[in-house]
Design a protein around this ligand. Structure first.
Ligand SMILES: C[S@@+](CC[C@H](N)C(=O)[O-])C[C@H]1O[C@@H](n2cnc3c(N)ncnc32)[C@H](O)[C@@H]1O
Length: 407
């Protein structure tokens, strides 16, 4: 290739290079890049070509495949392609449910430890982490508890911002004046998260597909993984959810974004019905189906049965489950973020749960082998945190997240 023969703005990402690039990115972090995003990926990655002085995508793809440089560049590419949109107190109805209904439950479960740990997986620039921390700090049930909130993300750039803990106006689009006064301090460069909140927050880089690094987070009482799974392919979602199941204490709670669910992903959690929302819980007993309302995923349509004897009643339940899934997706699209969505989501998820339950009852005994009750986790040292992480204090520089492709 002759350097300078093309301006990067003219570089074209052909279907074959796109396929290779998409597979490399997907294998690294689970991000799904459908064919219709080729132009958008091309636009986003031109910036990398310009920085590297590369004129053609063919060469860029060869670089991504090379060792060891390729690995570092994949990280950069992922940073260009992921969506980092976030803000304080996002999906406030869910946070209210967490504060009013889940925290009291978790406080009881953690009473002997007197320590409560929450993990925000895919925390972007940290707003979710700090929002959760304020809820823990204001909960009377947690008085006297050691409180920890871990935030992890694949993006070092986002984590640098999270540690800096200073935010501009757009981060406060769902924050009340009262919350702002209570938990933030105005500075010339923006609003800084109050000291007492930052003290319980810790950040570390973690690719959720690298499960072997996740034990650094320790066992946790609750996991928030909101608006992350929607960008991942089905197999990667399953890997991530299996990891969450393993990291949660029995009885621990998993909270997903409003358009995400465990349908077709995992059978190991039970549904936790809240007044305004639904969450998932790792069963307290060793048996995933001990709950009166277990969550069980249907097989994707067209996928053959793995087990002989999956009879018509299971197929009926699965098809009614698929119908419910379709109408759930439709109503989520049209009613996104509205109060009606919450009611509708609750109703539809309840229908799903019933459909799943139907297939569960027939299948539970054959499908599940009891999971041994895990040994109590060794208490971690106070203040310990993931490798490469640091408490969300101080620091400066870095930039905020911004909407990008990736979903
Ligand atoms: C849209 S943001 C969600 C932020 C926050 N959870 C919220 O709901 O406001 C999605 C984040 O997931 C991160 N992410 C995507 N794939 C990831 C992976 N495999 N491992 C860790 N983080 C990932 C992205 O870097 C991005 O910051």
């Amino acid at each position: 290739m002759t350097r300078g023969s093309h301006l990067p703005e003219e570089a074209h990402l052909g279907p074959e290079d796109f396929r290779v690039l998409r597979d490399l990115i997907n294998a690294y972090c689970g991000l799904e890049l459908p064919p219709d995003q080729r132009a958008s990926v091309e636009r986003r990655l031109r910036e990398r070509l310009a920085i590297l002085g590369i004129d053609e995508f063919g060469e860029y793809v060869r670089l991504l495949r090379s060792d060891p440089l390729g690995r570092a560049e994949i990280e950069e590419a992922v940073d260009c392609l992921t969506t980092n949109e976030t803000y304080f107190f996002r999906e406030s109805y869910q946070l209210r449910a967490f504060r009013d209904e889940i925290i009291p439950l978790l406080a009881k479960q953690a009473a002997s430890r007197k320590r409560l740990t929450v993990w925000s997986a895919g925390c972007s620039t940290g707003e979710e982490v700090y929002s959760i921390a304020t809820l823990l700090l204001e909960s009377p049930e947690l008085h006297g508890y050691e409180l920890l909130v871990y935030g992890s993300d694949i993006s070092k750039r986002c984590l640098a911002h999270a540690r800096r803990a200073t935010y501009g106006l757009s981060a406060f689009r769902a924050t009340t004046t009262e919350q702002k006064k209570r938990w933030f301090v105005e500075r010339p460069d923006g609003w800084l998260v109050a000291d007492r909140v930052r003290q319980i927050c810790h950040f570390g880089q973690l690719n959720l597909l690298e499960a072997e690094r996740a034990p650094a987070v320790g066992r946790v009482d609750a996991i928030f993984c909101r608006n992350v799974l929607i960008y991942l392919d089905g197999r990667s979602r399953k890997r991530v959810i299996d990891l969450f199941h393993e990291r949660l204490y029995p009885g621990g709670v998993l909270l997903l974004g409003h358009s995400e669910s465990l349908i077709n992903v995992s059978t190991a959690f039970e549904l936790l019905h809240l007044r305004e929302d639904l969450a998932y819980r790792r069963p307290v007993s060793g048996f995933g189906f001990a709950s009166p309302r277990p969550m069980r995923a249907a097989r994707p349509s067209g996928e053959p049965s793995e087990r002989p004897g999956a009879g018509p009643s299971l197929r009926d339940s699965q098809s009614s489950l698929r119908d419910s899934q379709t109408s759930l997706r439709d109503s989520q699209t049209s009613l996104r973020d509205s109060g009606t969505l919450r009611d509708s989501r609750t109703r539809l998820l309840e229908r799903l749960a019933r459909a799943e339950e139907k297939s569960d009852r027939a299948e539970a005994t054959r499908l599940r082998t009891p999971e041994p009750f895990p040994a109590p986790a060794k208490p971690k040292e106070p203040g310990s945190h993931p490798p490469g992480s640091s408490p969300g204090r101080g620091g400066d520089g870095g930039s905020g997240g911004g909407g990008k492709v990736g979903g």
